[in-house]
Design a protein around this ligand. Structure first.
Ligand SMILES: Cc1cc2nc3c(=O)[nH]c(=O)nc-3n(C[C@H](O)[C@H](O)[C@H](O)COP(=O)(O)OP(=O)(O)OC[C@H]3O[C@@H](n4cnc5c(N)ncnc54)[C@H](O)[C@@H]3O)c2cc1C
Length: 325
């Protein structure tokens, strides 16, 4: 690993000031489980001169519930979120998504802020510099997307533009289905961003100098059913080949509103609006689940090697809606 300066930030304000004093040359570190690999493998042409440790900022790791919903500090660990009684009680898909991340060691170090902001896992993008030179691709600013002529088995089947890397974050899928927002602080003050808008076709949409400070999850409506399913190639530690987070409000046995989000298949958590519309007013029988699952993947544009992802994602949606995952 190349050398860098390291500063323990004492407050959010100090972290923002440090980012401002080192424009484009400072990196935030939460648990460090992703950042340190990115630095060790030297995958990016720009290397930070300063790493700002967020773990030393007091009060950023709380998980609290009030009558509006959940407030989760950006530095709350995934293990704590997965085990938290209020999260498990009312926001089960978030607890399941957090519990599905990596290994116990990763969940004990990894934070919700870091999980949302982690870099993509595309193996061309992540190619280590020491093994013959990093690969400069479209996502790094120039060059092609190597997936187009290469191995596309883990790449996006929905919503991709010029980069086919998928959003790797499990918690983003669940939080998007729960209609959560993140509070972001930067040189121009605070703003609130829906998790659904936190990702663009080339990654996280934070402005330079901004950091995520909090995740706000509204309480799901009374009577809402939730389901989270994740398919991985390797058990028990792996990123999602595809996943689905669903929140369905049932009134008098019929669907009165649904939020269905797919993970692992697009550069962002993919909202399956066609499936949501298909369910409206339905009884949620097996045929409704099958038709909604078909609708969810209707826009899919697989490449040669990733057609199986469409089949997997469709089946996950069907099972999540039938409640037999
Ligand atoms: C073997 C392995 C398996 C894994 N499996 C999964 C999996 O199944 N599902 C999954 O979702 N992830 C998985 N991961 C990724 C892992 O979850 C992330 O590495 C971890 O959640 C990142 O959290 P962190 O706190 O360590 O972030 P860090 O590594 O500290 O940071 C990650 C990135 O986010 C930025 N960042 C951190 N905090 C903030 C903030 N508050 N505001 C703005 N930017 C910030 C950092 O600058 C950095 O770019 C896996 C990783 C490994 C190594």
């Amino acid at each position: 690993m190349r050398s860098f300066d390291h500063v323990n930030a004492g407050s959010i304000r100090e972290a923002v000031e440090l980012l401002g004093r080192h424009p484009g040359k400072a990196a935030l570190m939460a648990g460090g489980t992703d950042l340190l690999t990115v630095l060790k493998d030297d995958i990016l042409p720009a290397y930070p001169e300063l790493v700002i440790n967020l773990k030393t900022i007091p009060g950023l790791d709380t998980v609290e519930e009030d009558d509006k919903g959940l407030r989760i500090g950006a530095m709350a660990r995934l293990a704590e979120i997965a085990a938290s009684p209020p999260v498990r009680g009312g926001y089960g898909i978030l607890a399941e998504a957090a519990a599905s991340v990596g290994t116990p060691a990763l969940r004990n170090m990894g934070t919700i802020g870091g999980n949302l902001c982690q870099d993509v896992r595309c193996w061309y993008y992540r190619y280590p510099h020491r093994m013959g030179g990093r690969m400069i691709c479209r996502r790094k600013g120039k060059g092609p997307c190597f997936v187009l002529k290469g191995d596309s088995r883990y790449s996006a089947v929905l919503g991709a533009g010029t980069c086919f890397a998928v959003c790797p974050s499990d918690t983003a899928t669940a939080l998007a289905a729960l209609d959560a927002r993140v509070r972001v602080t930067g040189p121009r003050g605070d703003r609130s961003v829906p998790v659904r808008d936190l990702y663009g076709s080339h990654g996280i949409t934070l402005e330079p100098g901004e950091l995520v400070t909090e995740v706000l999850v509204p309480a799901p409506p009374e009577g809402a059913r939730q389901g989270y399913l994740k398919f991985t190639e390797r058990e028990p530690v792996d990123f999602a080949v595809a996943s689905v987070a669903a929140v369905v409000l049932v009134v008098d046995g019929r669907c009165a509103g649904a939020s269905i989000v797919l993970g692992g298949v697009a550069p962002f958590p993919y909202r399956a609006r066609a499936a949501e519309e298909r369910l409206e007013g339905r009884l949620l029988g097996p045929e409704d689940a099958r038709e909604a699952a078909e609708a969810a993947l209707r826009e899919a544009r697989p490449r040669g090697m990733n057609r199986y992802k469409v089949t997997v994602a469709r089946e996950l949606v069907r099972r999540a809606l039938k409640g037999d995952g």
